[in-house]
Design a protein around this ligand. Structure first.
Ligand code: GAF
Length: 385
């Protein structure tokens, strides 16, 4: 991260001609299991990764917000807090504008800021580069103006900005893990109560993330369709969310449901149970069970929720053949492309990398990007000497 901080700091100094007073970061995330369960009030099990968004910032005496984006070739944005903050079509700046607007709507009082922002979370890969942006901006105003705002509210504010300002109807997982993550741990999040439980990552293993580099298409529309299908199923069962349906009730009434809605509901209900069981397995170092649950999760996303693509299934098959019979590897994130995640014994990491490098291009025509990750702390100040 120190290279990234130096880069963002330098852009701040060249752009604003003075030194930034604050340096903040918020990480991207990988979800180990529990996909599309967050907006069904269920469980998820993500951890933050060692890729993040970084802000260098200083408060201003007026109400102007000036922003320089390191990732968009020094593109700038400028607006006043005294006027209505509006969105700009298809702009990176909307994540920043949206978060600030929603902080104001929540009643927080603050002045302007000079901000340089950059990040190294791969974009469009399902590793939550957007949530990292939203959370680091919330964190920035908390630091600059000593706002009395919890990490949970920073996350909720980021989600609200994404839902209402950017226009993507996401759940709470990505922002909450970016805000609340703990080093070397995953968090079991109950997305109804927002209660979290720390689960230590198994020692002697690495989190290997492989990006299929399959461009994610139709993500927003398919995501919203899945959400609606889950709502239809919840209404059918007469509950607030699918989290409230147990598997026996589901099987007893499955035949009354439209077949597509039934498959969607089955994924959510079984995935929720798998996620809770996976947290238990991880906590007790039961790698066999964890691996089996991850493999079942992938099959469920492929066959019932239908959010995988052939390139992702190919990657899963390649990695599965290296990590053992139980095949603890699954797609991670919203789907329709993006990454797979595996918890790999350290001794097997090179073997997995080698298998991906020698087989994936041949089978898919695409080159994969491989990230061997560690679980990092959530958003906060970066202390530099
Ligand atoms: C995306 C969303 F932003 C999350 O809220 C979650 O639903 C995820 O897809 C799927 O598990 O990352």
């Amino acid at each position: 991260m120190s290279d990234l901080v130096s880069k963002v700091r330098a852009v701040f100094e060249v752009g604003f001609r003075y030194q930034a007073q604050y340096v903040l970061q918020a990480p991207g995330r990988v979800n180990l299991i529990g996909e599309h369960t967050d907006y069904n009030d269920g469980y998820v099990l993500p951890c933050a990764i060692n890729y993040c968004a970084v802000v260098c910032a200083s408060p201003r005496e007026d109400s102007l917000v000036r922003v320089i984006s390191v990732d968009y070739d020094g593109a700038t944005d400028e607006f006043s807090l005294d006027e209505d903050i509006v969105s700009i079509k298809n702009s990176w700046a909307n994540y920043i504008r949206g978060v600030i607007k929603h902080l104001k709507l929540r009643g927080y009082q603050f002045g302007g800021a000079d901000i340089a922002i950059g990040g190294d979370v791969p974009q469009g890969a399902g590793l939550s580069s957007s949530a990292a942006l939203e959370v680091v901006i919330g964190q920035t105003f908390k630091a600059l103006y000593s706002l009395d705002i919890s990490q949970q509210e920073i996350a909720l504010n980021g989600q609200e900005a994404e839902n209402q300002f950017v226009g993507c109807n996401c759940g709470i997982m990505d922002q909450l893990i970016s805000a609340e993550a703990k080093k070397d741990h995953a968090l079991l999040i109950d997305c109804r109560s927002l209660a979290t439980r720390l689960v230590a990552l198994p020692k002697g293993n690495s989190i290997v993330i492989v990006n299929s580099n399959k461009k994610r298409g139709l993500v927003d529309s398919e995501y919203n369709t899945r959400r609606k299908q889950c709502e239809v199923a919840a209404t059918f069962f007469g509950v607030k969310a699918l989290r409230d349906v147990d598997i026996d009730t589901f099987y007893a009434r499955e035949s009354e449901l439209d077949s597509v809605i039934a498959k969607r509901a089955k994924h959510i209900i079984t995935e929720n149970a798998r996620t809770y069981a996976a947290a238990q397995a991880m906590a007790s170092n039961d790698m066999q069970t964890l691996q089996r649950l991850m493999a079942e999760s992938h099959a469920s996303m492929r066959d019932d929720f239908e959010i995988t693509v052939p390139e992702v299934d190919t990657l899963v098959a390649i990695i599965k053949s290296e990590v053992g019979a139980l095949g603890g590897v699954r797609m991670t994130g919203g789907g329709f492309g993006g990454c797979v995640v595996s918890i790999v014994p350290d001794a097997l990491v090179n073997q997995v990398i080698n298998a991906v490098e020698t087989q994936y291009y041949e089978q898919s025509g695409l080159w994969a990007s491989i990230y061997v990750c560690t679980a990092q702390i959530g958003a906060g100040s970066v202390f530099t000497s």
